[in-house]
Design a protein around this ligand. Structure first.
Ligand code: ARG
Length: 564
């Protein structure tokens, strides 16, 4: 149940009944003295009606149908409507991480991870991979039909050089492909230093483009090697991408001529310095010139834009997407503005909503870029195994009683979870600094803190020999700690819907942190295992907290452990 939406509905009706327009804008209260929820739409509406905001707020309260949900409604501040949810409502709400299938029947394409296969996948692709996967899982949790699209960079002149080098070292030398970084560096060096190799590489580009089978075969070998390396990283990270989600740039080759023909038929193409371009007026700069969208170069080559236009047609036409989410670096914002504008103009996107959800750069400790120009980019496998090693130390000092095998298993889950959560918990639009100590801390908004809260509940059940029935009973709210925890648990659905809309997983992280913090306060103040009339209710709240943490972390792609 989306409580926030429900309150919004009720207050909107009251606002209309009071003769005003606009939206009540319900959100969690800014401060505890404002109750649980707060609506601040009365101010703007009152202004239009030339009324006192507090007076209108009171009128809304008088007219609103709230008695089944709200215990206290009052006017606060300059004209807020402040609401306190009734204990009875919380007692009857679904608290144990249940999710309503609000996404049923809607199809969402998510374009994420999309590394360039010429090189090894590096830290630059980590954010898209982690964020995209959390969004995909959350949407699936709400029952959306999610279509993962791994739009890998597997085509272009760069591959001509690699294939030419592969031809020289011999396709059977698969040993060489084990270290893609070295292979890439060597191929680039030869292209620069050996003129006859450079000539051959150019010929290979032509052969590739004309569909020469033998050349394509070598190209496929390279792509396969590079892709299996990516899959290793996905598996290590616990990312849900599989080979069947790969639909790379090369998949659109056949359709590029059609895209251009279609644009031409619509009279959108113009020739400029031999290239085929689209000039859209909204991309006129301050200098009066329009930045064109180049769809075909003068030498006949297609570009990033051409492929993306074909991809829009495929996603909307064939995959029948209602929404297409592009989880791509903020530096590509202009590309997507142009892509979306042209797709709409050309009728490629139909009724679908095309959305670029950008993110900032991940910076190395100290705030420096991870990838240096000297090329000593930190390998992802190295980064991830360091995370696991560091987590092993944290776990060993926290719980020396774990066996070595268990410690390894827990370290894996805590280390990988910490890396993912550190990324997911920040507002993705900002840059963020990668910091080992803060991500592995057992204090604060981190994965280990949430995993620890979960494990603590499991050990409490063990300690109290708690049966399944005992922790799945009715909830009774007696103290403010139970009220706060119960309400937080009841807000799971509205949080997930917010993430689905905004493609911003940090709302879910903040939510889970709030649940865990409220649980800790409840745990400190309310005796749980004590025999008496409250034991069953309190254990049920514990169970609902554990279920919500488990479910919520799962939607972020992070696992829990019973002991840590
Ligand atoms: N491979 C590209 C890169 O690494 C990102 C692709 C993003 N998706 C897209 N449809 N353009 O920069």
């Amino acid at each position: 149940m989306n409580l926030r939406a429900l309150l919004n509905e009720r207050l909107t009706a009251a606002l209309r009944a009071a003769g005003a327009d606009g939206e009540p804008i319900v959100g969690p209260a800014a401060r505890p003295e404002f109750g649980d929820y707060q609506a601040n739409g009365a101010m703007a509406a009152a202004k239009r009606l030339k009324m006192q905001p507090r007076e209108l707020a009171q009128k809304i309260i008088d007219l609103a149908e709230l008695s089944d949900i709200v215990e206290r409604a009052e006017v606060t501040g300059p004209g807020f409507v402040s609401l306190t949810i009734s204990d009875r409502w919380i007692e009857n709400a679904a608290l144990a991480g249940a999710i309503d299938a609000t996404g049923q029947g809607q199809r969402v394409v998510i374009d994420y991870s999309h590394p360039n296969l010429a090189k090894e996948m590096h830290v630059g692709h980590l954010r898209s991979t982690i964020i995209g996967d959390a969004v995909a899982r959350t949407l699936e949790g709400l029952d959306y039909t999610v279509l993962r699209q791994n739009h890998v960079g597997d085509w272009g002149t760069g591959f001509g050089i690699l294939v030419a080098h592969l031809k020289d070292v011999g396709a059977e030398a698969s040993e060489e492909l084990r270290d893609l970084e070295r292979f890439y560096r060597e191929a680039s060096r030869r292209f620069k230093d050996e003129p006859d190799f450079a000539d051959r590489a150019r010929a290979v580009v032509v052969a590739l483009q004309s569909g020469d089978e033998a050349t394509l075969d070598l190209w496929r070998r390279y792509i396969e090697a590079s892709m299996s390396h990516c899959q290793e990283i996905y598996d290590l990270l616990g990312v849900s991408l599989r080979p069947e989600h790969v639909h790379g740039e090369s998949a659109y080759n056949e359709d590029l001529d059609n895209v251009v023909a279609d644009l031409d038929q619509q009279g959108l193409l113009e020739e400029s310095e031999g290239a085929l371009c689209v000039f859209l007026d909204e991309f006129r700069g301050k200098d009066g010139n329009i930045t064109p969208i180049i769809v075909k170069k003068s030498d006949g080559a297609y570009l990033y834009h051409s492929t993306d236009l074909a991809a829009v047609r495929y996603r909307v036409g064939t995959l029948r997407a209602d929404r297409v989410l592009y989880i791509v670096d903020a530096r590509q914002s202009f590309h997507f503005k142009q892509l979306f504008a042209l797709s709409e103009r050309a009728g490629f996107s139909g009724d679908a909503s095309l959305e670029h959800h950008p993110f900032g750069v991940m910076l190395a400790p100290g705030g420096k870029p991870f990838a240096t120009r000297q090329g000593n980019i930190m390998r992802l496998t190295e980064l991830l195994s360091e995370a696991v090693d560091r987590a092993r130390e944290v776990v060993a000092s926290k719980n020396p009683g774990l066996s070595a095998t268990e410690r390894d298993r827990v370290a894996q889950i805590v280390g990988i979870g910490a890396v993912k959560y550190a990324d997911l918990s920040k507002n993705r639009t900002n840059d963020y600094v990668f910091d080992w100590d803060s991500m592995l801390s057992l204090e604060g908004n981190t994965a280990p803190y949430l995993q620890y809260a979960y494990a603590r509940i499991q050990s409490l059940f063990l300690r109290g020999a708690v049966t399944r029935e005992e922790r799945n009973g009715d909830v009774r709210i007696e103290t403010p700690y139970e009220h706060d925890l119960g309400l937080a648990l009841a807000r799971f659905q509205e949080t997930l819907e917010h993430v689905a809309e905004s493609a911003m997983p940090h709302f879910l992280c903040g939510y889970l942190y709030d649940v865990a913090s409220k649980f800790m306060r409840f745990y400190e103040h309310c005796p749980i295992l004590e025999n008496g009339p409250m034991r069953g209710s309190r254990l049920t709240l514990c169970e609902a907290t554990a279920a919500t943490l488990h479910q919520g972390l799962g939607l972020l792609g992070i696992e829990t452990v019973d002991r840590m």
